[in-house]
Design a protein. Sequence first.
Length: 633
Amino acid sequence: MARFRTRHDARRPMGIRWQATAFLLVAMLLPGLAHATTYYVSPGGSDSNSGLTALTPWATIGRANNALTAGDAVRILPGTYSDRINPARSGSALARISYIGDLSSPGAANVPGIDVFSSYVTVKGVNSADAGHLEYPARNDSLAFCVLGGGQVLYGVKYSMIAHNIINGGVSWELDKGLSVGPATSNCEQDTMRGNIITQASISPSHGFKFRGYTQYCLVDSNQIAGTFTSNTVDGSGRIAYNSYYDVFRDNRWTYEATVSFGPNGPWKAFVLRDSTHDLTFERDTLLAGLQSPYDIGAAISTSGNFGEVRNNVWRGCVYKTNSSIYNTYPLTNGLFQNSVFACKGDAVFWFQDQVNNCTFDHCTFYSAAGQAMRIDAPMSATTFTSNVFYTQSARAPATNGGTILFGTTTGFTSNYNLFFSPAYSSTPGDRSIAWCCYNGSRPGTGQGWNNATGQDAGSHYGSPMMLDSTFTNLDGHLLLGSLAIGAGASGSDAGAYPFVPIGPDVTPPSSVNNLAASLVSDQVIVMTWTAPGGDGMSGQAAAYDLRWSNQPITAATFAAATSVTPQPIPSYGGTSQSYVLTGRTPGATYYLAIMAVDQAGNWSGLSNVLNTTMQASDQTPPRTIGDLGTSP
C-alpha cells in the first residue's frame, strides 16, 4: 500500500485537493476558449460534407472523433448515431474539445456510448445507451447534462467533473484497470460528482456506488442516489468505500429498498466502510434505508479487510434512518459523530460488535422505534459520549437486547451530560435507561446504580426530549418548549442534534437576497452566485427558492409573470455561498433574473436585486484561471 500512497501523494495538504471546484463546475461545463472550429453532425448528413454548418453536417460521430483537435467543438444534432463518443485527441487547459448535444433535452441526441480516454474534453447534452466511461489517462474532463443508461465509470481519472446528469445504473471509482487487469498505474483523485440523479433499479453484481482503489480527495455533493436490492444471490451493498481516503460526501440523499430477502452473507447493507478507508467526511448527508421494505437493510460502518483499520471518519449534520442496525465487525477508530440523527426502525441504532477506539459521539440524537438506541458489546478506549439524546420507544428489560443503551464494558470511555428516555419502564421511570455488563438497569444521575458502579453520567438526565415529531415515520429531532434536552448538554448546551429554537407562529420570512450576480456569461450559459438567506432572516435554512428570468425588466409586480427555472436551486444554510448554472439561453439576448425564498411556514422573502445581463453573441469565454489554489485545510 505504501507505494500507492507515495505515488499518488495521499499525504498532500487537504486544501489543494479540490483544485478550485467552482472553476471546474463553470469552466468544464462551458466549451472553452473560442473554438478553432465548430463542426456539426446529423444522421442525415454525409461524412464527405465539410461539417462546418448545420446545412452541411457530417453523418457520424466517428468522423468527429477523428477530426477534432484542441479548441474544436462539435454540435450533435437530434437523431440516433451508431458511433460512440471517443475523441482521438486531447484538448488543452485553454482550448477544450467539446461534444455538445441539447442540454435542455439530452434525449434528442442518442449515442451508443461515451468513452473518454484523453484530457480536457467536455461532453454535454447527449443520451448514451451505455455507461459514461472516463478512463486513464483522462484528466480534466467533464460530463454534464447527459442521460447515461448504463451508469458511470471512472477508472484512474483525475481533476474531472460529473455534473447534473441522469445516471441509470451503478457508479464506480477505481484504479485505471478496474482492479481486474494489472498492473494499475493511476487512481482516481480530485474528481467531483455534483447534482446528479442516480438510479440503480437492480443493485448487481455487488455494489451500487463504489469508491475503491485509492480513490482520494474527491467530492460527491448534492446528488440523489436510489438503489434497489432485487436478487438474493448477490452479496451487495448500496455504497462501499475501501482503500479510499480524504473524500467528502456532502448534501446527498441516499435511498435504498429491497424486493427480496437478504443475500448469501446476511442482511443488505446500505453502506460499507472497509480496508483502511480513512479521513472521509459525511456532511449533511441523508440516508434512508429499508423504510418501505419488509427486509432488513443495515450498514457496516467498519468491517474487516486486508489493508488495515477504518479510521478518522466524520459524520456531521447527517440524518440516517434504517430498518436494521449500523454495526462494526472491525475496530472503529477516531470516528467523530456530531450534530447528527441516527434512527432505526427495528433494532439497535448502532451495534458495536468490535472495538471502539478514540471515538466521539457529540450532540447527536439516537432513536430506535423497537430496540436499543445503542448496543456496545466490545471493549472501548478513550471514547466519549456527551450531550446526546438516547431515545427508545420501547426499551426492553435490562439484558443483551435491553435498555435504552447497553454498555458491554464499564471502562475505556467517558459518558456525561446525555439525556435518556423511553416511555417503557418496569417499576420506575428511567429504570431501563442504561444496562451494563451483568444486565443491571439504572437511571442516569448522581447516586444512581450506574453512577455508583462506574462514576459515569453524573450530569446526565432521564426524561422526554419532547421532539417536534417522535414517530419513526416522521421523526424530527427539533426540540419543543419544555424539552428536558434544553440546557442538558455540556456547558449548558442543548442535548441532541438540534439546539432549541422557539416554535410558535412563524412570522419571520427569509432575508431577501441582495447580491445576486453573474460570475460568468457565455453565449448560452449564465452562472449566478448569491449568499443564501436563512429560514428566519439569515438564521437556519429556507425551504425553497423561486428563481425566475425574463427578457423584460422584473419588478415585484411582474415577478409572477416571469419564467421559473427548472430545476430550481436548493437552499443552503443562511450565510453560505450558492451558485446556479442557467443553460439554454439565446446568444445576444438580454436577460433579467431575480430570486425569492420561502420558509416552511410559507413566509416569502422580498424580491432580490434584479440581475441584468446580455449574452455573448458567440462563444468566446475561456475557462476561468484558478485563483484560489492554496494549502490551507
